[in-house]
Design a protein around this ligand. Structure first.
Ligand SMILES: *Cc1c(COP(=O)(O)O)cnc(C)c1O
Length: 365
């Protein structure tokens, strides 16, 4: 076996691709050199071989188990194209001209999802917080009686809001883009007809998108459309219709093992709550200095904490000071400005502590 020196780690607050657990990086590096005793790298093995099948099917089963879902009711798909392809694939499979889908509009990602859906059918905006600059989750929701599905974005990565309870959709199929908070907390996943997520924020490296779809819902998919863009194709082939992103799925499987070893979603959630609380508390302690962009506390994200300085002229000094302390990736999304601290599952508590201390010190300096 090779010996590796531990990697140097900064506090990476990047929004995505984002931080991965060190034990996962170490195991993945070993897999790059040799997968088990196969004499081959994970980058070289056949996706049709037994070694690889065990990896992919293991990841599929472990994901369902962590989500508390049964393989009798739900199918897991590992797809390419990012979460962004799902914006188009979902309506391509479930929405036809003249039919309506409902979307809750909570920010830039939901806007992109709606843009694609409009190419296939009617979009009814069931709720919208644009007039409040997406600084909260919309309260008043109206659903179409005949909607093919209702789409929401569980966590708004750019704006820093998050759904903490689920709308009552009166039996309509509920679809979630959970790209930036999947497996960050306990959720009753059985409320959803489909959940999808690009892996690169909480699940693994970029290159694979996870789609967890209820079989009952999948049965209602359109029969036409390009073969590779039909959910049915991938479900029938166990996500091995074409060559899957082997390395990304392998690493995702290691992340799922890590989640289990950490104590599962309840432990992950507890830690995520502590991390977010440390940072929000520091921001809220100096209201004349910091401006947390999501003032409605119930709607704040545990994953992406967005804030500005009241005196914007201090922004570059703030960033520079953070960089000196080994904190990177804090610059806010270009459309929102200010700062964003992304504290996904793998982000350590010590990093949240370091940022909180820095926030205190910078305000008092
Ligand atoms: C990052 C992100 C996306 C886009 O993911 P890609 O995999 O880059 O296409 C979509 N939705 C949300 C909520 C995201 O955070």
């Amino acid at each position: 076996m090779t010996s590796m020196t531990p990697p140097r780690r900064i506090y990476n607050f990047g929004a995505g691709p984002s931080i991965l657990p060190v034990p996962v990086l170490e195991e993945a590096s070993r897999g790059v050199l040799e997968l088990g005793t196969s004499g081959m790298s994970i980058l070289e093995v056949s996706h049709r071989g037994m070694d690889y099948e065990a990896i992919q099917f293991g990841a599929r089963d472990r994901l369902l188990k962590i989500m508390g879902l049964s393989g009798d009711e739900y199918t897991v798909l590992f797809l390419g194209g990012g979460a962004s392809l799902q914006f188009a694939m979902l309506p391509m499979n479930f929405l036809k001209a003249g039919e309506t889908a409902d979307y809750i509009h909570t920010g830039e990602w939901s806007a992109k999802a709606m843009k694609e859906a409009k190419k296939f059918g009617e979009v009814h905006v069931a709720g919208n917080s644009e007039s409040e600059k997406f600084t909260r989750i919309p309260q008043a929701l109206t659903f179409s009686a005949n909607a093919k599905y209702v789409h929401l974005t569980t966590n708004n990565t750019i704006e820093g809001t998050q759904f903490h309870q689920w709308p009552d959709v009166a039996g309509l199929p509920l679809i979630a883009d959970a790209s930036s908070d999947i497996l960050s907390r306990r959720i009753d996943f059985s409320k959803f007809a489909m959940i999808y997520a690009g892996a690169q924020k909480n699940l693994g490296p970029a290159g694979v998108t996870v789609v967890v779809i209820k079989k009952e819902f999948l049965a209602k998919a359109n029969e036409n459309g390009p073969t590779l863009l039909r959910y049915r194709t991938h479900a029938d082939a166990d996500s091995l219709y074409n060559t899957p992103p082997v390395f990304a799925i392998y690493t995702l499987g290691l992340v799922l093992k890590w989640i289990e070893a950490e104590g599962g979603l309840s432990k992950i959630e507890e830690r995520n709550r502590r991390k977010a609380q440390l940072i929000y508390q520091a921001l809220d302690a100096y209201p004349s200095f910091y401006d947390p962009t999501v003032s409605v506390k119930e709607d704040r994200s545990l994953m992406n904490i967005t804030f500005r300085l009241r005196d914007v002229s201090l922004e570059s000094e703030f960033l520079k000071g953070a960089g000196k302390l080994g904190m990177d990736g804090l610059k806010g999304h270009r459309s929102v400005g200010g700062f964003r601290a992304s504290v996904y599952n793998a982000f350590p508590e010590a990093g949240a502590q370091a940022l909180a201390e820095y926030l205190h010190r910078f305000a008092l300096r």
